[in-house]
Ligand binder design. Sequence first.
Ligand SMILES: [Zn+2]
Ligand SMILES: [Zn+2]
Length: 344
Amino acid sequence: MDLVIARPEGLYCPAGDFYIDPWRPVERAVITHAHGDHAHRGNQHYLAAAPGEGILRSRLGQDINLQTLPYGERLLHHGVTLSFHPAGHVLGSAQVRLEYGGEVWVASGDYKIEPDGTCAPFEPVRCHTFITESTFGLPIYRWQPQAQIFAEINQWWRANIAAQKASVLLCYSFGKAQRILHGIDASIGPILSHGAVEPLNRVYRDAGIYLPPTIYAGDIKKSDPIMRQALVIAPPSAGASTWMRRFGDYSDGFASGWMRLRGPRRRRGVDRGFVLSDHADWPGLLWAIEQTGAERVMVTHGSIGVLVQHLREKGLDAQGFSTEYGDDEEENAAAPAELAEGQR
Ligand SMILES: [Zn+2]
Ligand SMILES: [Zn+2]
């Protein structure tokens, strides 16, 4: 008997009668993390890892019926033992471990292998069946160490200051933005953030994550000389909007795993692409899957076919799981309206 099955509402645990990251409203939702395609409004009851509480409430509403559980702590529900384990993806992100009748399943949610200092690092969990994401599940995706990417961003920012230009860096407003703030050299110049980013910075700081001081971009006048020194952190949607005009002469960059590919880089039309992802790359996915010891692997997100084929060739029982999860590297998973520019 399968501990988790695909239903029209989302991934469902029949024994426990609850869903994991459902995309339609349900009675009981277990949430792996607060990205828009995983955490939806309208569920009667939410269960999530404790470090994600601030983000979930800020995105779904302060009044949601939310129960939290510290990483590693067990909860027994209808005979199913449930626990959360760090996924290393964004603040509060968790893998969900389910145990029932001696069978152990782990649903990864989204995960990243390299620790980044803004959330608890990924921890492999032993299981019989592993439900893995596969956003970057192709052999071409191999990330450079993040220190190298941050050095590139720092260098770009310095060069722009020398050329009297603002540096506008586009990235997902939740997770990626805070990771960049945490990782860059804040001594280079002032940092401005877009109205979609600034409230999330506050939630991270409240959770005890160090971020350098940031100034809400809306508070700065166009003529202010600070503009020509500043690094501006903004969501991708701001890139093509009139919001950019206030920066006068600027250089723009985009930080995403997709910047590995020439096509998306060209379509974006930005000056610089920085290959920085909050997801595991191909070697990372294979390493994580191996660490679980699972003989059965269900693959969601992205390049399912290639990863499934690869795992089958290694002798694993692998199959695709069809879901409605989106792509948080592009911010297709739309940010809630109240996080739009202007409201902070
Ligand atoms: Zn995500
Ligand atoms: Zn996802």
